[in-house]
Design a protein around this ligand. Structure first.
Ligand code: M7G
Length: 338
């Protein structure tokens, strides 16, 4: 698969004056942000490893930046190979080999490709709140069978109080951030949306990952969807797949996985578009809901998502876990703790 222009990894979190990791939302913007001046990682002081995933080649750490207040999260992930221009990028004399050992016809080497073809995708969240740290921390997880009653009594009050800031979403919709990255935009206030590369995407088609963000505010998640949203959902499906095909040399709709997360991290409705062969994070049955299934369920029964029991996964470190625990729905008995 061909490569496309690199998606820049723009984290839009803003920094208050004095900000340790807390659940207080940052109020002041830009001025104190580490993102304005960061050129290397020498000022990063490691506190602890949150997640070291050998399979995904991903390391997530918590720490601080020497000249900035507040906790920081640094997420480093090795990138997929890009098949295009392998001769120019990889099979050259700049790709130095160092031999580990040889045995008969077998040889083991370390290869050091040139610096520009050896980058690590890096996402930095600063200042990071406790909620961010909980989100990235490797923790025991549990499934909640959320009835509409449990949603009303536990989940909804929790997310009204403690949800992540949606500022980065509004920045995209209002062209205040990532404007040049927008792949498609339909400005209709009811059925329109912005299609944009996801923060997680490294820009190669093997890991294609875009997000559709509706213009319409106030739809928190699939729980809020009903028949009045069908024109929006169908527009996102049709115009989204068309725009992807146009932008990425005929990428077919039949090779896209188009889905919602439940629970999402951010409660402004959004739809994930990923390449079907890419095992993107969050595509498992306990989290992903295909857009086509959601449309079909609503067509069969307009109130489906306000009436259904929806399963979701929660980490023990999240406050929502303690709330379900206090309600007697979950226990903290974990395989990991035995
Ligand atoms: P989610 O289902 O709410 O959360 O998806 P989760 O998948 O992270 O658990 C939100 C999506 O928005 C994720 O795929 C993020 O990678 C993506 N995302 C988050 N932020 C803060 C940004 C951002 O600033 N820009 C872009 N383009 N995508 C983001």
């Amino acid at each position: 698969m061909a490569s496309v222009e690199k998606a820049s990894d723009e984290a839009t979190y803003v920094n208050p004056k004095k900000f340790k990791s807390s659940n207080e939302e940052p109020k002041e913007s830009k001025k104190y942000s580490v993102h304005e001046s960061l050129k290397d990682l020498s000022k990063f002081q490691l506190k602890r490893v949150l997640n070291n995933n050998a399979q995904k080649k991903l390391l997530c750490v918590e720490g601080t930046f020497a000249d900035h207040d507040g906790a920081a999260i640094v997420l480093l992930e090795k990138k997929a190979f890009v098949e295009e221009k392998l001769d120019e990028h990889l099979f050259t004399e700049s790709s130095k080999l160092s031999k580990e050992f040889e045995n008969d016809v077998y040889g083991n080497y370390n290869c050091f490709p040139s610096i520009e073809h050896n980058s690590i995708k890096t996402t930095i969240i600063h200042p990071a709140m406790e909620k961010h740290i909980a989100k990235f921390e490797n923790q025991p997880i549990h499934i909640v069978e959320e009835t509409p009653k449990l949603y009303e009594e536990i989940t909804l009050p929790h997310l009204k109080k403690e949800q992540f800031s949606l500022q980065w979403v509004y920045n995209i919709l209002e062209h205040k951030a990532e404007k040049e990255r927008i792949v498609f935009e339909d400005p209709d206030p009811k059925t329109g949306f912005v299609l944009i590369p996801d923060l997680k995407w490294d820009g190669s088609l093997e890991t294609l990952y875009l997000l559709a963000i509706p213009m319409l505010k106030g739809i928190k998640s699939i729980r809020d969807l009903d028949q009045s949203h069908l024109p929006l959902l169908k527009n996102i499906r049709d115009a989204g797949t068309k725009a992807i095909s146009k932008k990425y040399s005929g990428f077919p709709a039949s090779q896209l996985r188009i889905y919602f997360h439940y629970q999402p991290s951010f409660y402004h409705l959004h739809i994930h578009f990923t390449y079907l062969k890419y095992d993107a994070p969050g595509i498992f049955t306990e989290k992903a809901h295909l857009l086509s299934t959601v449309i079909n369920n609503i067509e069969l029964m307009g109130e489906y998502y306000s009436k259904a029991t929806l399963s979701f996964v929660v980490k023990e470190s999240e406050t929502l876990f303690s709330k379900y625990q206090a309600h007697g729905v979950l226990s903290s008995q974990s395989v990991e703790k035995k």
